[in-house]
Design a protein around this ligand. Structure first.
Ligand SMILES: [Zn+2]
Length: 239
């Protein structure tokens, strides 16, 4: 019985290890998704700034086009000045030219402002792109690390499952069955250690006589409170 209990204890440790690995494995897809989202947010932010610059460039081109049309207009009006007959007409053309020139100089001012704005945004964008580049590199590194962990966990999982199979075959099937039933009902723990007369599964005291029995490790003793199989591991504080 002692050997059987030792094997069962070993099996329990493997099962707890598998449980931990499974929790990790379940976590990975969520972590991956978080990284994807982070990456998306960073890329979208850059995209928005680029779009803003593009829209300002468009405004600039429109204004420049308008300006050159107005400049053409001035030339046309100037050409007509040679044809006028009266001073009144001449004055009218002059004031028309003045008005257009004034409007043009306002337009030039606006174009310069837009160009300044574009320059500033481009500078910001260059800086941001650099920052985002660093962030994206970090995300990529995290992703790689996560993938490595996944591979590692997958390997550990397979190894433990294999060990479990070998071990299970060495234990009486009746005992394995009992253990599995208990494990299922009791939060993945079918065998527990006892420390200072306290069951480490439910943390309730076991009777002193039973504690003595458990320490011998040569009989199947079960906790009167939680029903788990009790195991003496030398008083260490592990399950
Ligand atoms: Zn108990």
């Amino acid at each position: 019985m002692r050997e059987q209990l030792e094997l069962l204890w070993e099996l329990q440790k493997i099962d707890l290890g598998l449980k931990r690995i499974k929790e990790e494995k379940d976590r990975y897809p969520k972590e991956m998704k978080k990284l994807d989202e982070k990456q998306k947010v960073e890329s979208e932010r850059i995209q928005k700034e680029k779009e803003k610059i593009e829209s300002l460039e468009k405004t600039r081109r429109q204004k420049e086009g308008q300006l050159s049309l107005e400049q053409e207009r001035i030339k046309r009006v100037e050409g007509r000045m040679f044809e006028v007959k009266t001073n009144k007409e001449y004055q009218a053309l002059l004031s028309e030219i003045d008005a257009v020139k004034e409007a043009n100089s306002r337009m030039e001012e606006e174009i310069l402002q837009v160009m300044d704005e574009i320059d500033d945004l481009k500078k910001d964008l260059a800086k941001r792109e650099k920052d985002v580049g660093v962030t994206l590199e970090k995300i990529e590194a995290e992703r790689k690390e996560l993938q490595e962990k996944m591979v590692h966990d997958e390997k550990a999982w397979n190894e433990q499952v294999e060990r479990k199979e070998v071990l299970s075959k060495q234990i009486e099937s009746k005992l394995v069955k009992l253990y599995n039933t208990l494990k299922e009902k009791r939060d993945g723990v079918g065998v527990v250690s006892v420390k200072s007369e306290i069951c480490q599964g439910c943390f309730v005291n076991v009777p002193p006589q039973m504690f003595i029995e458990v320490q011998k490790n040569n009989a199947l003793v079960r906790c009167p409170h939680c029903n788990r199989i009790l195991y003496w591991d030398g008083g260490r504080n592990t399950r």
